[in-house]
Ligand binder design. Structure first.
Ligand code: OAD
Length: 246
């Protein structure tokens, strides 16, 4: 059986399916990925832009970078990869887990989505003041003032994304781990699969007996672990899968 046929047959037979996405699903929408030939981390240093220490030292530079990325994303449109994954969320048996912060799955209509790394469209008070403690939506592009200020206490606000060295939201990771542990098929899509704890979901799913599939442009950290690799563009492979598992 060819690999695509095998994946379709496993999807059709599965009681539960989970998928973990990464930045690669947004590449066709013109959003740069983090790693790879032209990835963001080739041009920018993680330590100066994506850590709490960086933000404390220089919130203006960090916000300028986020404001630039928010502008790119606001001008982009979801692609077929987002549309297929979002459509599958209408299936009660399907759980979608994402490391993406861009909101394109939500714009494609994803009904239930576990966001592991937060959202670039949400902010929260850096001082965690009483009224600004929880994240709130602020999708203003560009930000009228950088760094933006908390409307409640006047402190700086931060993007409500997970930075390196920070703990993931417990409830989100718990829900993702439950979905991985109970999946009959686990798909890893457009992710380098090397950033933990998200990268631990695939081995967890495998230990619990899931049939595992990598959909990625090129071999990734998951390739040696999965049962089947489908290498190519996620937007094309998911389109083909959706024709047979609508
Ligand atoms: P990466 O940039 O690490 O990986 C993106 C993957 O997508 C690469 O393996 C590419 O080969 C693949 N890719 C590119 N275009 C593709 C396409 N059209 N179809 C399929 N695959 C394609 O992004 P993530 O795995 O999401 O974390 O990175 C994980 C985390 O590291 C991010 O959430 C972010 C980052 O630093 C934080 O900010 C905490």
């Amino acid at each position: 059986m060819n690999p695509l046929d095998l994946v379709v047959s496993r999807l059709k037979a599965a009681k539960r399916v989970a998928a973990l996405t990464g930045a690669g699903i947004s590449a066709a929408s013109g959003i740069p990925t983090f790693r790879g030939a032209d990835g963001l981390w080739k041009h920018f240093r993680v330590e100066t832009l994506a850590t709490a220490e960086a933000f404390e030292n220089d919130p203006t530079t960090v916000w300028e970078w986020y404001d630039w990325r928010r502008g790119l994303i606001a001008a982009a449109t979801p692609n077929r990869a987002h549309d297929v994954l979002a459509a599958w969320t209408a299936k009660p048996a399907f759980t979608l887990i994402t490391q993406n912060v861009d909101g394109l799955l939500e714009r494609s209509g994803a009904e239930r989505l576990i966001r592991l790394h937060g959202s670039i469209w949400h902010v929260r008070c850096w001082e965690r003041c009483a009224r600004g403690r929880s994240d709130w939506l602020d999708d203003t592009v560009p930000m009228p003032a950088i760094p933006p200020r908390c409307p409640h206490c006047g402190a700086i606000v931060r993007p409500a994304v997970t930075w390196f060295g920070e703990t993931l939201d417990y409830a989100s990771f718990d829900a993702a781990a439950n979905a991985a542990a109970s999946a009959d098929v686990f798909l890893t899509v457009g992710t380098s699969a090397i950033v933990y704890p998200a990268a631990s979901l695939l081995p967890l799913a495998k230990r619990r007996g899931a049939f595992s599939v990598e959909i990625n442009l090129e071999p990734s950290g998951a390739s040696d672990t999965v049962d089947v690799c489908l290498h190519g563009k996620a937007e094309e492979i998911l389109d083909r899968l959706c024709e047979r598992w609508p």
